[in-house]
Write a protein that binds this ligand. Structure first.
Ligand code: SAM
Length: 290
């Protein structure tokens, strides 16, 4: 019986057979531990009814396991060299479609419409390339896709930033952006020993479940994100200074101070102390003065 793809033996065989060399620039760290795959599938609550979009199948380690549990898997791989290898490793899986594309350029609404049924349970699952974690996550969230959520392996340090709460050193615009769209859970920490080659950092699997109702309703979503970005532009500066200097709209320091005082927010506070609700109130108040 052929051993599963997620094993050191099989991965080494494939590397040798195809003369494959890992590209660090594409974040290629492949999983060689079956237990991690099982935990990812369980965390994502994949059933025979679930449609899965995978990002970066690599040699197909996670893809193989997903295909065995899901209704269908559609996987986006940027590296052309992996296409013939995936054809071979996933030859037995009838419910896998590989798309040769950069996930950042893909039309994911079209993918969902083409490959999945209306109303089907759809999850995005990935061992993400670490060099583009944030742009990928933000694209997946901002696109308002009809999905249940995202379960992905990322750098532990980024997982800490995503799940951070106000008044902590990790809390920033990424925490707010992701928590605005989804309920965040860090499911488990992963040592670097389960990858080949081993990354220099620890990893974590996070689970993002999209909110049915967002934690805050804002008048203007893009202004809300602009206010958040401005507030954290220079972490050591006060809120009022950061907003006055970094907001795309130009507002006087005096007016910002007045708005903050009216909202009961001390202008001398720093961005990292504001809750998502306070940011929403602030962006709505600014919107009314524009
Ligand atoms: N899923 C495999 C595994 O767990 O063993 C490989 C994961 S590896 C961390 C990341 C994969 O994403 C690589 O196969 C890499 O070529 C691919 N990749 C990198 N950037 C990508 C992008 N922008 N779009 C699609 N795939 C990408």
């Amino acid at each position: 019986m052929t051993k599963e793809i997620a094993s050191l033996q099989r991965t080494k065989e494939m590397l040798q057979k195809h003369g494959f060399s890992f590209k660090k620039s594409l974040g290629q760290n492949f999983l060689v531990d079956r237990n991690i795959l099982e935990k990812i599938v369980v965390t994502a609550k994949i059933t025979k009814a679930t449609g899965v979009i995978e990002i970066g199948p690599g040699f197909g380690a996670l893809t193989e396991r997903l295909a065995q549990h899901a209704e269908k898997v559609v996987a986006f791989e940027i590296d052309e060299r992996l296409l013939p290898i995936l054809e071979e490793t996933l030859a037995k899986e009838q419910n896998v479609t590989i798309i040769h594309s950069d996930i950042l350029k893909a039309d994911l609404h079209a993918t969902v419409n083409e490959h999945f049924e209306p109303g089907q349970d759809v999850m995005i699952v990935a061992n993400l390339p670490y060099y583009v974690t944030t742009p990928i996550l933000m694209k997946l969230l901002e696109n308002h896709l009809p999905i249940r959520g995202i379960v992905c392996m990322i750098q532990k340090e980024v997982a800490e930033r995503i799940s951070a709460k106000p008044n902590s050193k990790d809390y920033g615009s990424l925490s707010i952006a992701v928590q605005y769209f989804a309920h965040v859970e860090t499911s488990f920490i992963v040592p670097n020993t389960v990858f080949i080659p081993r990354p220099n950092v620890e990893s974590a699997v996070i689970s993002l479940t999209l909110h049915e109702k967002k934690p805050v309703q804002v008048i203007d979503e893009s202004l809300f994100f602009d206010v958040v970005r401005a507030a954290f532009a220079q972490r050591r500066k006060t809120l009022v200074n950061n907003i006055a200097k970094n907001l795309s709209h130009s507002l006087s320091k005096e007016l910002i101070e007045k708005i903050l005082v009216e909202l009961g927010i001390d202008p001398k506070r720093r961005g990292e102390t504001l809750s998502i609700q306070e940011f929403a109130a602030l962006s709505d108040a600014i919107k009314k003065r524009l």
